[in-house]
Design a protein. Sequence first.
Length: 133
Amino acid sequence: MTSDVRDDRAGLGARTWVIADGCIPPGSTGDDPALQSHESFCVLNAGDEDAQIIVLVYFADREPAGPYRLVAPARRAFHQQVNRLDDPESVPPGVDYCLVIRSDRPIVVQHTRLDSRQAANALMTTIAFPVSP
C-alpha cells in the first residue's frame, strides 16, 4: 500500500456522529438469537490507531444515559448492538432515543434496525449524520 493511500484512509470520516431515530423493537418472533430484534451501529475505523468512542443516549422524558465507552480497533469494522450497551445502564426496548457518538479519531458510523416482531422481518439501515470532520 502506498503512503498517499494510507494518508487518505487515515482521515476518513468524522469525529462526531448523530443517530436521531432510535427505538429498539420490543419483542421478536422465533428462537434464533441472530434474529432477535435490535438496533446497532457499525463503526469503520480506517485509521492506523484505535478510536476511543463515547456514546450518549438521549431520551424524550429524562436526562441522557452514558457515557458508554467503546474502542473501535484500527483498520477494522466494529459493530455494537444498542440493546447490549449496559454500563452504566441498559437502553430500554420500546423507548424512543437518539445517540451522539464522539470519537478521538475520524470514523464512519452507520445505523441498523432489525425488527422481527412479525414473521416477515424488517431491516432498516442508514448512514448516521456526521457533525464534524
